[in-house]
Design a protein around this ligand. Structure first.
Ligand code: GLN
Length: 454
């Protein structure tokens, strides 16, 4: 994989940092343990992985795709990083992303865009475009992403790979640099459903260092993926979300989606249409809640604690240095979100915007609850279009935000959700994703359906 990275990453730019020596050393350690007769630390011992550059790593820089953190090497490992190491997974390096995970194309990285291996003129999705592109370009067989509003699933969809957003609280956020804390969730990415499930079980589980971590057994996703692989969905009820398959969707995406639904039916699933009327308001609610939390979380980049410091020549006050640093260190999308969020949280506006968005969030959770009384999983296209061209939506934030139309409801409700490849769109030959959504802590349901479909 290191050779493959050396051969193709100049064109794809999936990685921000490749840890050649570290990767070889940890691979060697796995070999030595096996040679000494020890049992492998996990089913994934010795398997290489690409880690999104939003998880802290003791021995590698963690930039979050931002100039603000250029060259910053954290003093500690994220829980996800630690669990990977303990499982013997070989971390190849850190992958490119939209700055602080804000974006849907990886064009917001301060270090230049990642390109989609299917067509180098197109985006690999975002914010975790680097992780998904690394999989699609065969630079790594496994990757880790984070999904606040779709950043694992949408890149998975447009690169023809698998990505799962576990139930909120299922994977520890300790050491995951915060964007929107009530939505952020780390998760596994792979090229097959079973690979993704194996990685899911390595990183998931209770962590006392994360106050929102769920103290309950990890959903049995590997067993579910194996069960699903037999291809029998008899007795499984699948709901097609009516609100997510009409106007504004690319015809080839809809055609691939409808073919997938037919296949689920052919595998024995009972398919019904389900209405979730409030899902229509998920996008506007998200774009108040996520920027609000972002404006608060990113206050920590104050020029004193981490990374960049500009203008500290003894002649300026701390406030001036802070302002100069934040001006130079943050890109335009991050600034836009900090401003929107600060506005939405201001006294006099709080109830009208943030408070209202939180109410919508509750209505969305109720739509899910009502739907899951009738069906086991919900399905939709993962994203309304295939990969767009680099630059095409760069100056149009609203067009960019529409990429997350279908993925956001699961984040707002804290449910599990994943994307699996579902063929190519007829008009452009690019990959389409099938989104499968499950109730909280029922992650195994979506893996079973995904493995049967795959
Ligand atoms: N694209 C969405 C955003 O820009 C989602 C990001 C994410 O999931 N990290 O906020």
């Amino acid at each position: 994989h290191l050779d493959r990275i050396a051969a193709v990453d100049g064109r794809v730019h999936a990685f921000l940092h490749v840890d050649h020596e570290g990767a070889l050393a940890s691979a060697r350690a796995v070999d030595e343990a096996l040679d000494a007769g020890q049992a492998p630390a996990s089913p994934l011992a010795g398997v290489p992985l690409a880690l999104k550059d939003v998880f802290t790593t003791r021995d590698m820089p963690t930039t979050c795709g931002s100039k603000m953190l250029e060259g910053w090497v954290p003093p500690y490992d994220a829980t996800v990083t630690r669990r990977l190491r303990e499982a013997g997974v070989v971390i190849l390096g850190k992958t490119n992303m939209d700055e602080f995970a804000m974006g849907s194309s990886t064009e917001n990285s301060a270090y230049g865009p990642t390109r989609n291996p299917w067509d180098l003129d197109r985006i690999p999705g975002g914010s975790g475009g680097g992780s998904s592109a690394a999989l699609a370009a065969f630079e790594a067989p496994l990757a880790i992403g984070t999904d606040t509003g779709g950043s694992i699933r949408q890149p998975g969809a447009v690169t023809g790979t698998v990505g799962a957003k576990p139930t909120y609280g299922g994977v520890s956020r300790y050491g995951l640099v915060a964007f929107s804390s009530s939505l952020d969730q780390g998760g596994p990415c792979g090229r097959t459903v079973l690979d993704t499930a194996l990685l899911h079980e390595v990183i998931a589980g209770y962590d006392p260092l994360d106050s929102t971590s769920i103290d309950a057994p990890v959903p049995p996703v590997v067993a579910a993926a194996r069960e699903g692989a037999a291809g029998d969905l008899a007795g499984v009820r699948v709901g097609v979300v009516r609100e997510f398959a009409g106007e504004g969707y690319q015809p080839g995406v809809l055609a691939a989606f409808h073919a997938a639904v037919e296949q689920l039916r052919a595998l024995g699933a009972e398919v019904v249409e389900v209405s979730c009327p409030n899902f229509t308001y998920a996008l506007p609610a998200y774009y108040l809640i996520a920027p609000s939390e972002c404006s608060s979380n990113l206050a920590r980049f104050d020029a004193m604690r981490y990374g960049l410091r500009v203008g500290d020549d003894g002649s300026r006050s701390a406030e001036e240095v802070m302002a100069l640093t934040r001006e130079a260190g943050f890109g335009p999308e991050v600034k836009r979100r900090i401003m929107i969020g600060t506005y939405a949280l201001s006294s006099g506006y709080y109830d009208a915007y943030y408070g209202q968005a939180q109410k919508v969030r509750t209505l969305i959770s109720r739509d899910f609850a009502a739907a899951f009384e009738r069906v086991d999983v919900l399905v939709s296209p993962t994203t309304p279009t295939t990969a767009f061209r680099i630059g095409e939506r760069a100056d149009d934030p609203m067009a960019m935000y529409l990429s997350d139309l279908c993925t956001i409801p699961s984040n707002l409700a804290g449910n599990a959700s994943m994307s699996v490849p579902c063929g190519l769109a007829e008009e452009d030959g690019l990959p389409v994703g099938l989104q499968i959504m499950a109730p909280a802590m029922q992650d195994h349901r979506m893996y079973r359906v995904a493995a049967a479909y795959e």
